[in-house]
Design a protein around this ligand. Sequence first.
Ligand SMILES: [Zn+2]
Length: 273
Amino acid sequence: MIRKLYPFGKAKAFNITYDDGVLQDVRFVELLNKYNLKGTFNLNSGLMKNEFEWIHESGCVVKRLNKEKVLSLYTGHEIASHTLTHTYLEGKSEPEILYEMKEDKRNLESLFQREIKGFAVPFEYYSELIENCAKNSGFEYARISEESLSFKPQTDYHRWKATVFHLDDSLEKLTQDFISTEEELALFQIVGHSYDLDTENLWDKIENIFRKVSSKKDILPMTTIEIIDYLKAMGEVEITDSHIVNNSVQSLWFSVNGTIYEVSPESRINCDS
Ligand SMILES: [Zn+2]
């Protein structure tokens, strides 16, 4: 029996994708690092001015991080675009949407000196036009606001749904279900903003989840782009009863009758011996 696995032979992947680049990310990144987890941070490069802040309805002050803080904070995690100015994309023209995406991508690439491959849509509205703009801006994936509430990896990379919003009542039950699921290539991805952890007093709840997930040896922490690149590569594999051929450019992992194999790029293994 052949089973697809994540890198290093892990059965499951875990990711956190948080938006907006706010002050509470400082504490949040510390927490991720404490448990060796990986985050994806979706940033608006046009709002990184010092002192830019707003009052949340709870009374909590939410403050955007400036460029210097952003640059030093997210080492080891993924940076993705969340548009230049966190504008409502509904009703915007194609050139306006492209400007919000491309300008943000360009700024983030120049700031972080790395390619920015992911996009997360601000607010809830999403459309075919936005999807096409994300593709034309060179993003490999676009995360939308809808939850999947499932561990099955998404197949539409430009309408990518994370598993669950962190304020959803099912968060803890889903965590438990994820730990026990046997689903192939199971993925658990939590979406949110770190300021909610202050306003909803959620720090302990999220740390409990991190503690549980990080203690499981079969769960691999990954960034969103690492997951998507891996799933795309998995899509190029040829599997029969007798062999596995990896036509992709990255190593892929499988379990064959209970033994774990790493199949190098452009190589094959025989399964019937
Ligand atoms: Zn946002």
